[in-house]
Design a protein around this ligand. Structure first.
Ligand SMILES: Cc1cc2nc3c(=O)[nH]c(=O)nc-3n(C[C@H](O)[C@H](O)[C@H](O)COP(=O)(O)OP(=O)(O)OC[C@H]3O[C@@H](n4cnc5c(N)ncnc54)[C@H](O)[C@@H]3O)c2cc1C
Length: 412
């Protein structure tokens, strides 16, 4: 008996929508199953709601090297659908893209919701059937073939199945690890997922008071047992639980290793481009111009924008009511030293709910790179965050979804 569908895609996130659209474009009868009420819930929150859609690194070699051990495996899928294809895919669908700092690419409209809308229009135009509020509870297999998926009490058959249920990060968006469990249950090897690209939680309450503030050019140095372990320069974002931003996210694995060794401290240099002497000179000039004001009113001119109120109480030996003209050299130096080394106790990394992706997932040895087909089940294809591929922040995760989704949709 002929199946009702050629392809059933499970999971209407980034890679699933790409896969379903591509399979439908080939004239396949496609059903996309999504457990949420709406498609692309995670996609909508990417890039702070702006969606860092890909990275415009021109050298394919450098681009792929960012995926570490998976780089070689990715040559074949990227030769089928790479960064240039991503640009033309979205531009053809009325969504021009713009390249920003560090070659991060965003839609010109700066709205992740527009990316989701472009996919939905594409799916409708290609006549893919979409079923939302359709939670798949498992597969029926026979002789290394996936026969059916179960949705509530219904069993749905298809010639091929594309599994795109995502990882475990931000589970409120629907990625609750179902795919990892099913893959393991049917005999695949899944490396235990752990949170990756994760913000840092801190002990100090003054850091949390700075929630929402970004230091656009700061240096942060991490120490364990008083030994300097890692120094990074760039943008640091303060949040209500600690520190975040691409610089911190990309270092989270190293920080996790440091936490295994013992207590971790960080020191933020808010003025990394000038030395202590030059900073003192700057403070002196500001003081000279504001001699009769209280320190508390002048500190805001000295400290990075928006930080003075939270940082001032850290100057334990200085009375904030004191007039600037009576500040001693030692007190002035204390301010300069503080701004060059704001000490923070790191309490740990945040969990899945705040992670961008997970480390771990389906072993690439069990997936054919040319087609995304499982090597154990000849009608099963796997995409996106389910695959065990590490990558940094910067648009690499979504590019991986476009590439693996397109390749799966081209072959299923
Ligand atoms: C806060 C945040 C910001 C991010 N920003 C960026 C960024 O700017 N750039 C970038 O490159 N990457 C970013 N990422 C990573 C990126 O969002 C993911 O890599 C990507 O969404 C993974 O796509 P996916 O298709 O594998 O899974 P998902 O997008 O997670 O989609 C999986 C879908 O499957 C559905 N599903 C799960 N189980 C079932 C089931 N049993 N039945 C039916 N449906 C099911 C889910 O509801 C979900 O809709 C960000 C991630 C987060 C959390």
């Amino acid at each position: 008996m002929k199946n009702q569908y050629d392809v059933i895609v499970i999971g209407g996130g980034a890679s699933g929508m790409m896969a379903a659209g591509r399979a439908a474009e080939r004239g396949k009868r496609v059903l996309l199953l999504e457990k949420n009420k709406n498609l692309g819930e995670k996609l909508k929150i990417t890039g702070g709601g702006r969606c860092n859609i890909t990275n415009a690194e021109e050298s394919e070699h450098i681009f792929l090297s960012r995926f570490g051990k998976a780089a070689r495996w990715l040559y074949s899928p990227f030769s089928q659908f790479g960064v240039k294809d991503t640009f033309s895919f979205f531009e053809k669908r009325g969504l021009p893209l713009a390249v920003e700092e560090e070659k991060r690419v965003f839609p010109k409209t700066e709205k992740a919701a527009d990316v989701v809308r472009a996919f939905i229009e594409n799916l409708k135009e290609k006549n893919a059937e979409i079923r939302t509020e359709a939670a798949v509870s498992g597969f029926l297999t026979d002789n290394n073939i996936i026969q059916k998926v179960i949705v509530s009490k219904e069993e749905l058959a298809a010639s091929s199945f594309i599994l795109s249920t995502g990882g475990l990060s931000h589970p409120e968006t629907g990625s609750t690890g179902d795919g990892f469990r099913w893959l393991e249950a049917i005999g695949h090897t899944v490396q235990k997922p752990t949170p990756d690209l994760v913000p840092i939680a801190v002990k100090d309450s003054w850091v949390k008071e700075l929630s929402g503030i970004t230091l656009s050019d700061a240096k942060i140095t991490f120490f364990t047992n008083n030994q300097k372990k890692l120094s990074l320069k760039g943008k640091i974002l303060f949040t209500h639980f600690g520190l975040s931003g691409p610089l911190i996210l990309n270092a989270s694995k190293k920080i996790s290793d440091m936490l295994q060794e013992g207590a971790v401290m960080a020191a933020i240099d808010a003025f990394p481009n000038i030395d202590l002497g030059m900073l003192d000179k700057r403070i002196t000039e500001i003081f000279d111009a504001n001699k009769n004001k209280a320190i508390k009113n002048v500190f805001a001119i000295i400290a990075p924008e928006g930080t003075a109120k939270a940082i001032l109480p850290l100057l334990k030996n200085i009375d904030p009511e004191k007039k600037v003209h009576s500040v001693t050299k030692e007190e002035r130096m204390e301010m300069a030293r503080l701004l060059k080394a704001l000490l923070i106790g790191i309490s740990g990394l945040m969990g899945y709910d705040k992670a961008i992706v997970v480390d771990g997932g389906l072993s690439l040895q069990e997936v054919d790179a040319k087609t995304m087909r499982s090597k154990l089940y000849r009608n099963l294809y796997i995409t996106g965050d389910l695959l065990n591929i590490n990558r940094p922040s910067g648009g690499y995760s979504l590019q991986l979804c476009w590439t693996t989704g397109h390749v799966a949709g081209s072959n299923a």
